[in-house]
Design a protein around this ligand. Sequence first.
Ligand SMILES: Cc1ncc(COP(=O)(O)O)c(C=O)c1O
Length: 374
Amino acid sequence: MSISNNKLIKLSSPWYGQEEKDAVARVLDSQVTCMGIETKLFEEELKKFLGREDTNIICVNSCTAALQLSLQSIGIKPGDEVLVPTLTFISTFQAITANGAIPIPCDVNRNTGFIDINDLTNRITNKTKCILPVLYAGIDNNINEIYEIANDNNIKVIEDAAHSFGNKSIIKRSGILCFSFDPIKNLSCGDGGMIVCSNNNIAERLKDIRLLGVIGDTNNRYNNSRSWDFNVKEQGWRYHMNNICAAIGRAQLSKFNKIKALRCKYADLYLEELRNIDELQLLPIDTINGVPHIFPIIVKSQTVDNLKNFLLHNNIGCGTQYKPNHLLTYFNRGYHLPNAEWLYKHMLSIPLHPMLTEDDVYYVISKIKDFFKK
Ligand SMILES: Cc1ncc(COP(=O)(O)O)c(C=O)c1O
């Protein structure tokens, strides 16, 4: 184990190598960099890899786009209310307002970061049209209750699964799930996103509105072509995934089992080594079905400021995931959400990505232990 460390251990990082460089070069050599054959092959390979050849996979240029399009595809309209946990990246909220709808921030469970069922139930009104649960750190506790509540109240559900690529149980669900392939996610396309959608009619609409609303152009694009005589029936967006990003994604998919093994190994080390520190609480990160994307730790006894400064001083990157959205001016609705506000002060993410070495992880663990010994 390295005792001193002069390099910064990054909080997060993609893991690009020769495979990705070759993939980008292949697309550049083809002179076709827009959406095309690579996008098609990536979508097919994803279905196969995920064991979901029975469903629709629609690749777009980010998870933010995936969420925005998904909300539009189920008919979310200006003025509709969407229940969403406040503890999420701003994308989840912006995707709602991009549709003219109103994000209603809900509190989260203090032990899991997952949307709090009681708080959510209390915020249902006759304007509530959708629940947008976030699978924070890949955790999906209580998801069945969300679907039951939604069913009872005639409300739709879209899952923000940005953190959850590679999770074996989440991917089995029907409905609409949105994943992120941005640079630091489990699988990275440079930038990208994926919608998994079991309803064929909604999937067709999604395919059109990712291509500026041009009806039925996806198959032409897959053949590196496009239609010149077409119709448009609704607002669409330029949100498709291009060949360059898809080719990077294909390269990442071919080594995903290695990415998964490293992420799970490092998360298991943290879970094993940090669980006996009394001042800490760990989230129920799943390394059996899941592929951990982030590793937030909860400091029960004090706010995280001192630990954060100590880790940064020791060249260990760390961060807050996330500042609750109801504390941001644009999304503030004038009420407190105590659990999320408490977690904001007490939760800190520590490095987790495939570019780490085992020594790096032991170094992080040793510094956290040092801090609590003081
Ligand atoms: C929970 C959550 N939702 C949505 C997003 C947006 O993903 P993207 O960067 O692909 O738009 C992120 C990205 O960090 C995220 O963490």
